[in-house]
Design a protein around this ligand. Structure first.
Ligand code: ADP
Ligand code: MG
Length: 551
């Protein structure tokens, strides 16, 4: 093969100005693209080797990113499949032809972690480089190593070179506007962001050691990534400590999370991940420590608006899916059917998990309730589907610190706290200190008072009034308490005034010191029996005893 010149296969006169402008604010993603390609090349070779189509020694399979400040270059090297001149012609010179797709079609079953098709791909290198060089040797028997150079015009040059190591070096001659990418610290930051959990070891810079009062480079290459992050493992392989350790790796210095969910689905879309329920005391801040979106272990973004329901933005952790279309506009993302399915799936899983913990471990659930309450209330307020599910496991707390489900609480109070329109009256306090006297007055009368002092509680009360039939929420310091009618009162009220008079006279004559409340119980018994308006002394004493026992 001799030197060959040609024009890359684009129809517009020159694609490079477009590339430079495109996603300009995001030009750092070139590194993600190049490292992804290097990982793909590595994984492809592993796949071929496992199929017996590559019989050679795989050797050390890592990806290296090195900067040479003097030469003004940044190089991404791999020991993957490499490229022949024909490959370059096909996959590089003809822009927009993705080799990843072709490879996947051929080795579908095995090669599930090919990243491919990300964004601008290889050509994103021209966002930061005035010249790009490829030096590559294919894994194929007897392959000739090739060098390809392009200086940012549509013309390229290709020629045979000496290269004995299998794999590819992509050399970027960084342009003057982008000198920052020649700083090891800047590259470290980028690699930490995009490559932290890539499946192949990524090396960049040197390990440091403390020597003579300062840090100095050793000659050991620094490994950037954790190649086996927790979400890629089976839940059965992981202990609680593993989940917590992974959380701390993602969000150093944070309080440990309350619960987590390991997501794992193959159909109708592929998605794995671990979502954590963080402690949320007050003051929700969705901009902090957000869910991170990955595509085959490559970091894509941590702005997941539109991918997960809004309330889930309060969760933390990782979602990894090759099925979420990347680098497209938000509005497109929100209307994408795959994304909708994913969103629905995650909502369901989150509800499943909470219900499961609630059912199997009520004590733990109650202990953590105060910290998860905001999340669940926010979810119920903003997501209809989640709300339906959560009606079963949302808790309310009374002023004594006891927790109840909505059903339990209704059963508790319905006999005692009803108004004249037969609404069940939920008394609540928005401030247990300021309303202390009112709470005492209410509990002295035997009423139960809920604590509703959370950030969303006023909205949440509105929601409950809609959802719970014949319910009425009343502040404990309002005068409604005095108008509450107990079930017994209502029964008593069913009596005609004449009946009531007769009864009162009978009781007063028989037992002069009977209190009002005690009267009512007996009234009820009588009304229920629809019996003659007399009661024997014995029967009366029995009922009094029952009542004393109940109190
Ligand atoms: P994609 O990764 O979506 O296929 P790219 O533009 O990133 O698109 O890359 C185009 C093609 O170039 C790849 O599919 C692959 O065939 C080839 N390629 C790029 N980088 C390398 C590399 N480091 N080793 C081997 N082949 C590569
Ligand atoms: Mg690519």
């Amino acid at each position: 093969m001799s030197t060959q010149k040609g024009t890359i296969g684009v129809t517009t006169e020159n694609i490079f100005p477009v590339i430079k402008k495109f996603l300009y604010s995001d030009h750092e993603i070139f590194l993600r693209e190049l490292v992804s390609n290097a990982i793909d090349a590595t994984n492809k070779l592993k796949t071929l080797s496992s199929f017996g189509e590559y019989k050679g020694d795989l050797g050390e399979m890592n990806v290296k990113v090195s900067v040479d400040k003097e030469a003004g270059t940044l190089t991404v090297s791999d020991h993957g499949i490499g490229m022949t001149a024909d490959d370059i012609e096909k996959y590089i010179n003809q822009i927009a032809f993705s080799g990843a797709e072709e490879f996947l079609a051929k080795y579908k079953d095995k090669a599930d972690n090919i990243i491919g098709h990300f964004g601008l791909g290889f050509y994103s290198a021209f966002m930061v480089a005035k010249k790009v060089e490829i030096r590559t040797l294919s894994y194929k028997d007897g392959a000739q190593a090739v060098n390809w150079i392009c200086d940012g015009s549509p013309e390229y040059e290709m020629q045979p070179i000496e290269k004995t190591e299998r794999g590819t070096d992509i050399i970027l001659y960084i342009d003057d506007d982008n000198k920052e990418f020649l700083e090891q610290a800047r590259i470290d930051t980028l690699l930490k962001k995009y490559c932290r959990f890539l499946p192949v070891p990524v090396l960049s810079g040197k390990e440091q050691e403390w020597k003579d009062g300062k840090y100095v480079d050793t000659d050991k290459d620094k490994v950037i990534n954790n190649t086996e992050p927790a979400w890629t493992k089976k839940p059965s392989e992981l202990t609680d400590d593993d989940y917590l350790a992974f959380y701390r790796e993602l969000y150093p210095g944070q309080d440990d999370p309350l619960f987590w969910i390991h997501l794992n689905v193959d159909y109708p879309f592929t998605l794995t991940g671990i979502l954590y329920f963080p402690k949320i005391k007050n003051n929700i801040d969705v901009t902090r420590n957000r869910i991170q979106l990955y595509c085959n272990q490559v970091f894509v973004t941590d702005s997941v608006e539109g991918v997960v329901p809004e309330f889930m933005m309060l969760m933390q952790g990782v979602i990894d899916s090759p099925d979420i279309p990347l680098n497209v506009s938000r509005s497109y993302l929100q209307s994408d059917t795959a994304v909708k399915k994913i969103s629905t799936y995650i909502t369901r899983k989150v509800a499943d998990r909470l219900e499961e913990i609630f059912k199997n471990n009520r004590t733990e659930y109650e202990q953590k309730w105060d910290d998860i309450k905001l999340f669940i209330e926010y979810g119920m307020l903003t997501d209809e589907k989640f709300c339906e599910r959560a009606m079963k496991f949302v808790l309310v707390k009374d002023t004594e610190g006891k927790y109840y489900t909505l059903d339990e609480y209704k059963t508790l109070i319905e006999a005692e706290q009803t108004d004249k329109d037969s609404n069940i009256v939920y008394l609540y306090s928005t401030d247990t200190v300021a309303q202390y006297n009112y709470i005492n007055a209410a509990t002295d009368k035997g009423y139960s008072v809920l604590v509703m002092d959370g950030q969303f509680d006023s909205h949440f009360i509105g929601l409950l009034e809609q959802k719970l039939e014949k319910s009425h929420f009343v502040r404990v310091d309002s005068d409604v308490i005095d108008n509450l009618i107990r079930k017994e009162d209502r029964k008593a009220a069913d009596l005609t005034p004449e009946q009531r008079n007769i009864l009162t006279t009978v009781f007063k004559s028989q037992v002069p010191k009977v209190e009002k409340a005690e009267f009512l119980v007996t009234f009820e018994a009588l009304a229920a029996d629809a019996a003659p308006l007399v009661i024997t002394q014995n029967e009366y004493m029995r009922r009094m005893k029952d009542m004393a026992a109940m109190q």
